[in-house]
Design a protein around this ligand. Structure first.
Ligand code: MRU
Length: 347
């Protein structure tokens, strides 16, 4: 996508270095982070310098390629396995991360050139799939459709285009007037910070809303359709996505509003039978207690938001049961969640 009239991907590799847009600084500063080692790329995934299911998938693939480039010839196989394990421990929920590491690991077992080639290829596939998701999903959007989304499943969350926002970008190119409600997505505010930034840059009419406003707007008839992303889709069509997705889906069902999930097929985890078995990342309680942003003079400050003596718990994802999902927008078209099992048989 374009930033200041220049095309960027969210994450890419040049030589042995991995570059990523630093998402911890957005929307206040646009800056690139350069990682020169597998372990630095792992830290960047863990601390969410890069984030979003598809972006961490691509970054993890690149990290695996860096692991292969760094591996000494005399203990190549051992070093590869060590790198794979380290990358897999960065974040547990998004399937793309494990998918990419595994694919690049297999290529790395041939040699490091093959590993780099595979990591690049996966990043390209990720961008192409998202573009196709946009084309299929845009058919669900009419002129004046008002869409609610959650977290950031735009191009920052993938290599390019995004999943939930890709249909919005394609609809805009088709000259449809659309409106997006982006909820803030506490505690890390990916909706308020990143989706807001993307939509503003793409000139899409939108409003950032508090996390607890969606059901009310649905009741008032202001939301026509919901599209969220997905981090992992179980074989029965249950979907793990950013915490708060489940309550949007329940509210949408109650008010008879279509609830779509947009995700590339690499999000499907055929080895996980139901959402019950998906590992949900638990993040640091400080993400709930504190927020960071610029003060009116532009100086970055971190402030406490909660009672100093209270504990917090911070589950980063939840699981929406398949029965609450109207359809899953994939690169192959829109499918019913219960048809995931047929897709698994084909792939
Ligand atoms: O910001 P993250 O990496 O914790 O969130 C993951 C996600 O990107 C969201 O859950 C998103 O909706 C999934 S689609 C990329």
């Amino acid at each position: 996508m374009q930033v200041n009239h220049k095309h960027y991907r969210t994450v890419w590799m040049e030589g042995s270095a991995v570059f990523m847009i630093d998402q911890n600084l957005l929307p206040f500063e646009f800056s690139l982070f350069k990682s020169v080692s597998c372990s630095d790329t792992c830290i960047a995934i863990k601390d969410m310098t890069t984030r979003g299911a598809g972006a961490i998938g691509a970054a993890a693939g690149f990290a695996m390629a860096q692991g292969a480039l760094e591996a000494p010839a005399h203990k190549y196989a051992e070093a590869l396995l060590e790198a794979k394990k380290t990358i897999e421990q960065t974040r547990p929920t998004a399937n793309d991360l494990f998918f990419a590491v595994n694919e690049v690991y297999k290529a790395a077992c041939i040699n490091s050139d093959e590993a780099v080639k595979k990591a690049m290829e996966l990043a390209d596939t990720n961008a192409t799939a998202c573009r196709q998701i946009g084309e299929h999903g845009s058919k669900l959007l009419q002129n004046h459709t008002r869409i609610a989304t959650h977290c950031n499943a735009g191009w920052l969350a993938f290599v390019d285009y995004g999943s939930a926002l890709s249909p919005v970008y394609v609809a805009k190119q088709q000259n449809k007037n659309i409106f997006v409600y982006a909820d803030e997505t506490r505690p890390r505010s990916q909706g308020g910070r990143l989706t807001g930034w993307e939509l503003y840059n793409e000139n899409i009419d939108h409003a950032i809303i508090p996390d607890n406003a969606t059901a009310w707007l649905m009741k008032k008839g202001e939301i026509d359709l919901v599209i969220t992303g997905a981090d992992r889709i179980a074989a029965n069509g249950d979907v793990a996505n950013k915490i708060g997705t489940l309550e949007k889906a329940i509210a949408a069902k109650y008010y008879g509003i279509p609830f779509y999930v947009a995700a590339p097929l690499s999000t499907i985890d055929k080895n996980t039978p139901t959402g019950e078995k998906i590992t949900i990342e638990e993040r640091n309680a400080d993400e709930v207690h504190y927020a960071t942003g610029p003060d009116p003079e532009g100086k970055m400050r971190t402030i406490r938001l909660t009672n100093p003596n209270s504990n917090a718990c911070n589950p980063a994802f939840d699981v929406t049961p398949a029965e609450l999902i109207t359809g899953i927008i994939t690169e192959k078209g829109v499918i019913h969640p219960t048809d995931i099992k047929d897709i698994i048989l084909i792939h």
